[in-house]
Design a protein around this ligand. Structure first.
Ligand SMILES: *[C@@H]1O[C@H](CO)[C@@H](O)[C@H](O)[C@H]1NC(C)=O
Length: 504
């Protein structure tokens, strides 16, 4: 998790990310005034897209941002390449937005495309449908207007609103285009784990997961204690519990931490549950340990000067040796899980592409190299065969490759209990629909009706702990009850016996 970084405004993100990773954020314009254009409802323009309808479905429709309802934003024309009469900018406050009003002839899924220029660097926006479900869309840095896939939207029959809301802000919105979605074709999931020596438990888990993929979603929760809290609140226990090997990192153990994650994982396994493991890997050395950047936040890029690229550049380097030392220390814990018969959904080097953790701080190449080293060390050197390998970045240039990845995943912190269909579709494309896809960390648990309507076939969701689960602002108790008592959502009582899943 890097939760505190996600929802902050540009300046704060720059601060938190440290000078190296600071996005370029222009000073807030003091002359930011609302558009002189009347705030009329968006006109339903005719299509300017090249998409040709092949059936009776309506064609693609494009809506100009400058014709939308502007709140805290303004129309500009300084950046060339826009369509229509201008574009909307001035997304500098968290609530700044442009609202599109669009009709649909029936309740129907649409592919959303956003024409945007992220001229100040990589940004994120929030797309809010009808004032409720929210999805997050990544805009890669670019100097020109480009069309960015924005996932799918389930429009109601009649009038709908689509808000593009700041989130990170600092981008230029030219228009949006809505195209009726084609039905999702059948998945083509690989029949076996990538490790040919995967043990019987790992194979059984893989087969079980394949058997439910696209049909159900596993409920999941970060930390056993929070899973048990959910049981008290909803009467249902999450099927999956995720634990963190953070406190087994040697640079933490040196400072007195005592991990309990392995025991918690075994406890959940012993009651018939499924276990996922991540690792907030405290940098092996180079922790600042100042009052602002304490040693226990040493997995953050801004809490250490450990340079992963330099460490990996030479296998005789002392810091390369420390990386191997740390992997070997974690191997001991994974072996304890293997000895206890626990198959593990193993998710190291998570959120690498975010760059807020040191393993992602030097770009995709060192992160992928470290992944390969870890895979080789754990599988081929330590012969650990109870792992299914879960990759956790969305971008193609970060992907370590099909040969070492069983499951693709995303960590999504977006309000509104939506289906996160944007990230789901991105991962379908990344894995060519041959890898199952999980929502390994979420702020808001997804509502089952929307998951099904969007055909967003996440294999599991896992809500982060603390205020994400017990604070009504992310997940209200009625919502949790709806989710945990839905037929579509598998809970601990409903997955008993999964270990009997025999290879297909
Ligand atoms: C190892 O990393 C530490 C922390 O960044 C650094 O101070 C040290 O110079 C590095 N050692 C080598 C041999 O590069």
């Amino acid at each position: 998790m890097a939760r505190s970084l996600r929802s902050l405004l540009c300046g704060l993100v720059a601060l938190a990310a440290g000078a190296n990773a600071a996005p370029s954020c222009p000073a807030r314009s003091t002359s930011s005034v609302s558009s002189a254009l009347p705030s009329t409802t968006t006109k339903t323009s005719t299509s300017t897209s090249s998409a040709q309808p092949t059936s009776t479905a309506p064609a693609a429709r494009t809506f100009q941002a400058e014709d939308g309802i502007l709140s805290g934003t303004n129309v500009d024309t300084a950046q060339s390449g826009y369509t229509g009469t201008g574009y909307v900018t001035g997304f500098d406050e968290g609530t700044d937005k442009v609202t599109f009003t669009v009709d649909s002839d029936t309740t129907r899924l649409y592919d959303l495309s956003i024409r945007v220029a992220a001229i100040y660097g990589e940004k994120r926006t929030s797309v809010v449908l009808n004032g409720g479900a929210t999805s997050e869309v990544l805009f890669l840095a670019g100097t020109t207007f480009t069309d960015v896939a924005g996932g799918q939207l389930l429009l109601n029959e009649g009038s709908n609103t689509i808000d593009i809301v700041s989130n990170w802000g600092w981008y230029l919105i030219d228009s949006i285009t809505l195209t009726p979605s084609a039905p999702r074709p059948p998945h083509q999931i690989n029949p076996a784990p990538v490790n040919p020596d995967a043990d019987a438990g790992a194979k059984a888990l893989y087969n079980y997961l394949r058997s439910i993929y696209g049909k159900k979603i596993l409920s999941g929760q970060q930390e056993l204690s929070w899973a048990n809290w959910i049981a008290q609140q909803t009467g249902k226990t999450p099927a999956l519990v995720s634990v963190d090997l953070m406190d087994y990192s040697p640079s933490r153990v040196e400072r007195g931490t005592v991990g309990t994650a392995v025991e918690e994982a075994i406890e959940h396994h012993n009651r018939g549950g499924i276990v996922s493991v991540l690792w907030h890997w405290n940098a092996p050395v180079g922790l600042y340990d100042t009052p602002e950047r304490r040693w226990w936040s040493g997995f953050y890029t801004d809490a250490t000067d450990f340079d992963v690229a330099a460490a990996l550049s030479d296998t005789t380097n002392a810091n390369y040796t420390l990386l191997i030392r740390d992997i070997d220390a974690i191997a001991v814990e994974l072996k304890r899980l293997e000895a206890a018969g626990v198959p593990v959904l193993w998710r190291p080097l998570h959120e690498a592409e975010g760059a807020w953790f040191w393993w992602g701080a030097k770009g995709p190449e060192p992160a992928k190299q470290l992944w390969d080293i870890m895979y080789d060390r754990l599988v081929n050197h330590h012969n650990i065969n109870n792992l299914l390998w879960v990759w956790n970045s969305l971008a193609e240039d970060w992907y370590p490759g099909d040969a070492t990845v069983d499951i693709l995943s995303a960590d999504v912190y977006a309000q509104g209990n939506g289906p996160m269909s944007t990230q789901y579709q991105t991962l379908i494309d990344l894995g060519d629909d041959k890898k199952m896809i999980a929502a390994t960390e979420v702020g808001a648990a997804p509502l089952p009706d929307a998951l099904q309507a969007y055909e967003a076939h996440w294999l599991w969701f896992a809500v982060w702990g603390d205020s994400f689960i017990n604070d009504e602002s992310w997940n209200s108790l009625p919502t949790l009850n709806t989710i945990y008592n839905s037929d579509y959502v598998l809970t601990l009582d409903e997955i008993q016996g999964w270990r009997g899943s025999i290879p297909a």
